[in-house]
Design a protein around this ligand. Structure first.
Ligand SMILES: *[C@@H]1O[C@H](CO)[C@@H](O)[C@H](O)[C@H]1NC(C)=O
Ligand SMILES: *[C@@H]1O[C@H](CO)[C@@H](O)[C@H](O)[C@H]1NC(C)=O
Length: 386
């Protein structure tokens, strides 16, 4: 993990990133070769509109026909389009999808125009492994036979939704009562174990700062910018979206990315009346350059993410923030000297201005693990950010 001990932290980061760069180039090269081979393979199939799914399937017989039907080149009905610079469109699915042919076949096996299999767990695992975006399907997703309409705003923001808004198959808990009580009743680790109880810890998160520590309050963060200039943003890995709800109370619109890790996070967020975005940390953020006023992330961007992926992720945050926009990195965690040697230099190298930078010890799993937290408030420069 560590490089030569004579190196300064900066050099360490540099040398590990040049290694990474080498692998990245290698990966890119192999990708290009794959692309070249696959585009020459498919070139015969998209020339004719009448090509059937079966014909394409014989070309790459280990891939499911519905996958090929979706991803193969499709001729534009009106021919060459200057916007596309092409007469063909290739609908996207994650490049890694085809690395998992068995799961992909199960995921893409269904009756066209019928009901999809109730397979959330399979789909999410496939996505998290890198098949992101998942290919589209031509079937109807599993849903409750009797759906209950959501509570109206503003009641919905702080009320546990009806159990019948969720398909529970993928989760250990089979109702919201179980989720609300799981911090008391369930042993072991669960992602965001206490989050579903809106009357407990969620009630006070980001409401007030605990005086110079790792917990910044929303109001203290907003006070660093001209009044009203923070209007739209993103919360990466935002649990049950209490951050978005708090911001909504200040007329700020936040969309929240979340996975459904042993809980219906996306349904819950939507039921509260804020927008969930079902993408993992691997995916390019679906926003244009220089557009968002604020990006927040708590606990999720941390040392469990491969360093190269994290480097790309931080640059993507920089990309989507407008000049003058804020990146609130909330409780980033790592172990011992990782912060000084790897992550501190990495974060500082992106190009943000440092508004706040607080380091503290993470003690919840015991001091002997030497875990550290960083809470930082970073600003994309208003001038010369390019
Ligand atoms: C598709 O499914 C719907 C609902 O089951 C049915 O009404 C419709 O006729 C089907 N369409 C075709 C083309 O099979
Ligand atoms: C939010 O907007 C509403 C309607 O424009 C306004 O009445 C309210 O005062 C605003 N709240 C805040 C905290 O700015």
């Amino acid at each position: 993990m560590k490089q030569k001990s004579t190196d300064s932290p900066h050099d360490k980061f540099k040398s590990s990133s040049s290694n990474n760069l080498f692998f990245l180039l290698l990966l890119l090269l192999t990708n290009l070769i794959t692309l070249f081979i696959s585009s020459s393979l498919f070139s015969c199939s998209y020339k004719s509109l009448s090509t059937t799914v079966e014909e394409t399937a014989t070309i790459a017989s280990d891939l499911p026909p519905e996958f090929l039907a979706f991803t193969s080149g499709q001729a534009l009905p009106f021919g060459f389009n200057t916007n596309f610079d092409s007469d063909t469109i290739y609908p996207p699915a994650g490049k890694a999808c085809t690395l998992f042919p068995d799961e992909l076949r199960r995921y893409m096996s269904y009756k066209v125009n019928g009901s999809c299999p109730d397979d959330e767990l399979l789909a999410q695992k496939l996505l998290l492994k890198g098949c992101e975006p998942l290919p589209r399907r031509r079937c109807r997703p599993a849903s409750q036979p009797e759906y209950t309409e959501p509570y109206p705003l503003p009641i919905s923001l702080w009320t546990t939704p009806s159990d019948s808004s969720v398909v529970w198959t993928a989760y250990t808990c089979k109702n919201y009562n179980c989720l609300v009580n799981r911090k008391r009743n369930e042993k072991g680790f669960s992602d965001c174990k206490d989050c579903f109880d809106l009357q407990a810890n969620e009630k006070s998160r980001w409401a007030r700062s605990k005086g110079g520590g790792l917990d910044f309050s929303i109001d203290e963060v907003l006070a660093t910018k001209p009044r009203g200039s923070i209007r739209i943003g993103l919360d990466v890995g935002g649990g049950v979206a209490t951050f978005a709800v708090r911001m909504r109370e200040r007329n700020i619109t936040i969309v929240t990315t979340s996975m459904n890790l042993n809980g219906p996070f996306n349904n819950f967020i939507a039921s509260r009346g804020v927008v969930p975005l079902y993408i993992s940390i691997s995916q390019r953020l679906p926003f244009y350059d220089n557009t968002l006023d604020i990006v927040h992330s708590m606990h999720v961007l941390s040392n469990w993410i491969p360093t190269t992926l994290l480097h790309f992720a931080f640059f993507d945050v920089y990309r989507v923030l407008r000049p003058g926009g804020l990146f609130w990195l909330d409780h980033f965690f790592c172990v011992g000297e990782q912060l000084e040697e790897i992550y501190g230099p990495l974060i500082k190298s992106i190009g943000f201005n440092k508004l706040k930078w607080v380091v503290g010890r993470k003690l919840d799993r015991g001091p002997e693990l030497r875990e550290m937290y960083l809470s930082a408030l970073l600003e994309k420069p208003l001038k010369n950010s390019w």
